[in-house]
Design a protein around this ligand. Structure first.
Ligand code: 3PY
Ligand code: MG
Length: 250
């Protein structure tokens, strides 16, 4: 665990990360060597099982915090991701305050929540059990995605739920739900993003976003976004390879 991930998030430090979509430890290792502040381990859209995610977390160790995006907002994945040592959970498609509250409860040990008690990697296989369970409610980051028009409608209530550390906007799903798939320059999409960000700021919650380029990331950082995921491992590889090949075979 890198408990300073949640502290940094709550303090509004700008954290630049990237998506790990390949269940290959060497890929995560490269991104850590590059110097990203955090890794977004995507078990929602990428072909990850819990063991794949575990291997990424083991590779990161104490060198780089990892937030695991779970494939569905249910107890099974939340407890697995936390017990293998995720520094935070990213819950996709959170559309109401009730859903937000349930996710927070599943992430927190009693009495605040109902997180089930296991003995795993997070607990140093038992050697650090007491230390982990005492601190987990304060060190695990709970990050909820706002990425649907329903989330937009309910965002002012979602951000009020105690225990929500950050809202992470999924611009692709958000724009798709508005009938404007992937068009981040569309005025309605931009307004939706700005509304979510403003609600977060008013409620003292950090706000983050996924973007595909450094230029777009810089614009959002200027607007006060602090949790940034820029591009994906696969996209970096594809663009790098394409650029090299194009220079030889224009
Ligand atoms: C989206 O853009 O929908 C995302 O979830 C990005 O992570
Ligand atoms: Mg999404």
């Amino acid at each position: 665990m890198n408990s300073n991930f949640r502290t940094g998030l709550k303090n509004g430090n700008v954290l630049i990360g990237t998506l790990i979509t390949m269940p290959v430890p060497e890929v995560a290792e490269i991104m850590i060597e590059v110097g990203f502040d955090w890794l977004f381990v995507d078990t929602e859209h990428a072909p990850f099982n819990a063991i794949d995610a575990l291997k990424i977390l083991q590779t990161a160790g104490n060198r780089c915090p990892c937030a695991v995006r779970i494939p569905a907002n249910n107890e099974v994945w939340i407890k697995k991701a936390l017990d293998i040592g995720a520094d935070g959970i990213i819950a996709p498609q959170v559309n109401s305050a009730d859903e937000a509250e349930q996710i927070v409860r599943l992430c927190k040990y009693p009495p605040r929540g109902i997180r089930s008690v296991g003995i795993g990697r997070a607990h140093k296989y038992g050697l650090g059990f007491k230390e982990y369970v005492e601190k987990a409610n304060d060190s695990v980051a709970v990050i909820l995605q706002a990425e649907n028009t329903n989330a937009l409608k309910n965002i002012s209530e979602i951000v009020q739920v105690p225990g929500v550390d950050a809202i992470f906007i999924g611009p692709y799903d958000l724009s798709a739900s508005m009938g404007k798939m992937g068009d981040l320059t569309d005025p309605d999409v931009r307004n939706a993003i700005a509304t979510i960000a403003e609600c977060c700021r008013n409620a003292g919650r950090s706000v983050g976003i996924f973007v595909d380029t450094a230029e777009t990331a810089a614009g959002f950082i200027r607007q006060g976004f602090t949790l940034i995921a820029v591009s994906t491992d696969g996209l970096y590889m594809a663009l790098g390879a394409k650029k090299t090949l194009n220079s030889l075979k224009p």
